[in-house]
Design a protein around this ligand. Structure first.
Ligand code: PGA
Length: 251
């Protein structure tokens, strides 16, 4: 039985006070949600304050990116050790915005994944095809490349601390959600890829989140699919009541 993992990806939104106010409103709304693991990923500047506000709650703290070194001359970067220092348990790696806007390639993302894991962070590793790739019939090739290169070299024991987030790029921030059938098809395909590379035991235990225009009113039909094991939520996670609505759809 895979415990659903529901994470808020706030992207580059919210100043510190607003971030703290949002999680302060969220905590009581999800306090009774025993059937899901919940994570909130604010911007770096809000991590420490949000981490303090979440202390003792059932909501964990996550970051949206990290680098592959502990410290040093890497202007503008942040290390897993620094994230842990703020209270982070999780980090998102390979979000399509990092891949597309910041040109992060599979090899770097694989390095980030392995380094973050080695430093004791849990990772939500994002994959997903663009509309062009889907329409061009190469969606499965793209997902295969992202999974095979992205997860390369992981040890069996690493998988306890990894979730994969399938986020079709055409569904992110567009209001267009993948249908439950489209999500299920992609998730089953991704699980198959993991099985081929790492075996059935690991593939069956791996949580595969869906991301892309998840809202309170489409969460229940998506989570009903056997291979959908939670969500990575952008826009609808910015407000406490809407994110809590998604969490309750999973209860
Ligand atoms: P969205 O974003 O929910 O706003 O579509 C999801 C994501 O980018 O993780």
């Amino acid at each position: 039985m895979r415990t659903p993992l529901i994470a808020a990806n706030w992207k580059m939104n919210k100043l510190v006070d607003e971030a703290v106010a949002t999680v302060s409103a969220l905590k009581p709304l999800v306090a009774g949600a025993a059937k899901a693991e919940i994570v909130v990923c604010p911007t770096f500047t809000a991590l420490y304050a949000v981490g303090k506000a979440l202390a003792g709650s059932n909501v964990a703290l996550g970051a949206q990116n990290c680098y592959v070194k502990e410290s040093g001359a890497f202007t503008g970067e942040i290390s897993p050790q620094m994230l842990k220092d703020t209270g982070c348990a999780w980090v998102i790696i390979g979000h399509s915005e990092r891949r597309q806007i910041f040109k992060e390639a599979d090899a770097l993302l694989n390095e980030k994944l392995k380094y973050a894991l080695s430093q004791g962070l849990k990772v939500m590793f994002c994959i997903g095809e663009t509309l062009e790739e889907r329409q061009g019939g190469i969606m499965n090739d793209v997902l295969s490349r992202q999974v095979n290169l992205g997860l390369a070299g992981l040890a069996e024991s690493d998988f306890a601390n990894v979730a994969v987030a399938y986020e079709p790029v055409w569904a992110i921030g567009t209001g267009v959600t993948a249908s439950p059938e489209q999500a299920e098809e992609a998730h089953a395909f991704v699980r198959g890829l993991v099985e081929a590379q790492f075996g059935a035991g690991i593939a069956q235990a791996l949580r595969i989140q869906y991301g892309g225009s998840v809202k309170p009113d489409n969460a229940a039909e998506l989570i009903a699919k056997p291979n959908v094991d939670g969500f990575l939520v952008g826009g609808a996670a910015l407000k406490a009541d809407s994110f809590a609505g998604i969490v309750s759809a999973v209860q």
